[in-house]
Design a protein around this ligand. Structure first.
Ligand code: ATP
Length: 297
């Protein structure tokens, strides 16, 4: 089983500054770092590191080095369209001396996908392959419809949350992946149990994977419920914890693991990720996850 991940690819350009730039000001930064990011790229990287077969479907500027970066991570990049009308998605991130940030995000090529391209990329997809999507590209409805017609399974992680869009997609999804805040925003519920109840009333066949930060995660489908605790670790940076969880979870399912086995594996990978700084560099390898699980009492 293969994962086709329709997702964003961003370059995060991080500038360390004394204070955020003011109108009319030219400000020197004291440090600069460039990282590959975007929820799409993060989740592809995580699923590939987990050992999954991952084809990323996306769009970048011609000859962007994101392609070789993703290839090095084990992601199949033939599904990434290269064009010259739009810049590759990027974020300009100012980080001040207090650690606060101010971000300009330019979606660029991420929202310039053409339907013909998606159709051609899903041509070779097989029944039971997964289409994974986040809310950082265009053509979500069209792609989910096409995937369903082909008998694929569709997973959606609605980040950033758009309530109306997510509700309108529900009948095309097999798996909805949200964190607790998103689950409650989506349903207007003040607690998790009510959120789950409302989601299940609205979409009885839909499987829900809800990540709960340091409290772990739960999976619900019909009467079936599985919960997993988070592993106790010294958290340094939770960036991409959710993306790591999702990539590992789906890759584990495609490798034939049951949900009850995929959950602790994803939780272990995400726990390792929060012990390290950054997004993609923080995602552990399969071997690291195996070693971590073997060390648990
Ligand atoms: P992000 O947006 O930072 O990627 P998220 O809000 O989508 O994260 P969370 O629910 O915060 O997702 O975290 C995802 C998973 O990461 C959790 O289900 C848990 O397994 C793991 N995790 C998060 N925080 C911790 C922590 N402090 N200790 C151990 N594991 C953690």
């Amino acid at each position: 089983m293969r994962i086709y991940n329709l997702g964003s690819i961003n370059w995060d350009q991080c500038y360390r500054v004394e204070h955020f730039v003011r109108p009319g000001e030219t400000l020197m930064s004291s440090a600069y770092a460039l990282h590959l990011g975007g929820k799409g790229a993060n989740q592809s990287a995580a699923a590939a590191k987990a050992g999954g077969q991952v084809t990323h479907i996306g769009c970048v500027a011609s000859a962007d080095s994101a392609l070789s970066k993703l290839q090095e991570l084990g992601v199949e990049t033939g599904g990434i369209y290269q064009q010259d009308q739009h810049a590759t998605g990027h974020a300009l991130i100012q980080i001040d001396d207090q650690g606060e940030n101010a971000i300009i995000l330019h979606a660029g090529a991420n929202r310039a996908l053409q339907q013909d391209w998606i159709v051609s990329q899903l041509q070779s997809a097989e029944k039971q392959d997964w289409l994974l999507m986040q809310n950082e590209t265009n053509l979500l409805h069209e792609s989910a419809t096409l995937a369903r017609q082909k008998g694929m399974q569709v997973a959606f992680n609605p980040a950033p949350m758009d309530r109306d869009l997510t509700l309108s997609l529900l009948d095309k999804l097999d798996l909805l992946i949200v964190n607790q805040i998103e689950a409650q925003d989506l349903t207007g519920a003040s607690d998790l149990d009510t959120a789950i109840e409302r989601m299940q009333q609205q979409a009885p066949d839909l499987a829900l994977l809800i990540t709960l930060g340091a409290k772990g995660a739960c999976y619900c489908q019909g009467n079936q419920r599985h919960s997993v605790n988070a592993f106790k670790v010294d958290a340094v940076d939770t960036t991409a914890a959710g993306d790591t969880f999702i990539g590992y979870f789906l890759a584990s399912l495609t490798a034939g693991l049951a949900v009850s086995d995929a959950l602790p594996r994803a939780s272990a990978a995400a726990a390792l990720a929060v012990t390290r700084a950054g997004a993609i560099p923080s995602i552990p390898s399969r071997q690291e996850v195996d070693d971590f699980l073997a060390r648990q009492p």
